[in-house]
Design a protein around this ligand. Structure first.
Ligand SMILES: *[C@@H]1O[C@H](CO)[C@@H](O)[C@H](O)[C@H]1NC(C)=O
Length: 155
């Protein structure tokens, strides 16, 4: 029994060790340049240019980040736009509920809205970015519009 317990502990540690290192960073467009939106409804932003995805918790097909382990995670997002009648805005969503948002609006020129948050997530919690209705977001190969997340520590 002691041996089995030790083996289980080892496996737990191994599993924990696997998800201790978790980080992703992605920008919006896989290639080229262009505006996303405006749409008359909110949409999930799918950041397609993935530069880092240690632990594979970010899904580039769906834009969803799924926590593989209970812990405190830090997220940040930088949303760029060209000034117009449409604001540049997006919010970070956890399990369908808005957490923090960024919003900026001016008639002309470049503009950027940013925010960040540290969140205690349970295994399976889902975090993603949602663009507001009537918002317009720009990105190009300079990668202005980005979404990143990191596991700070497990709990
Ligand atoms: C990307 O967009 C910015 C802002 O419009 C512009 O200054 C920059 O030259 C563009 N970069 C590329 C690689 O197209």
């Amino acid at each position: 029994a002691v041996k089995v317990k030790a083996k289980n502990q080892l496996e737990d540690l191994k599993r924990e060790g696997e998800v201790k290192h978790l980080a992703f960073s992605a920008s919006l467009l896989a290639s080229g340049q262009g505006h996303t939106g405006p749409f008359n409804t909110e949409i999930t932003l799918i950041f397609k240019h993935v530069v880092t995805n240690i632990g594979n918790a970010y899904n580039r097909e769906t834009g969803l980040f799924t926590a593989p382990v209970r812990g405190v995670y830090h997220f940040e997002f930088h949303i760029f736009g060209h000034g117009s009648n449409n604001p540049t805005s997006a919010e970070l969503v956890k399990n369908g509920e808005k957490v923090f948002m960024s919003w900026t609006s001016q008639p002309a020129g470049g503009q950027k809205a940013s925010n960040g948050v540290s969140l205690l997530l349970e295994i399976g919690d889902v975090v993603f970015m949602r663009m507001w209705a009537n918002s317009r977001i720009y990105d190009n190969q300079s990668h202005h519009t980005t979404f990143s997340g990191h596991l700070l520590f497990t709990m």
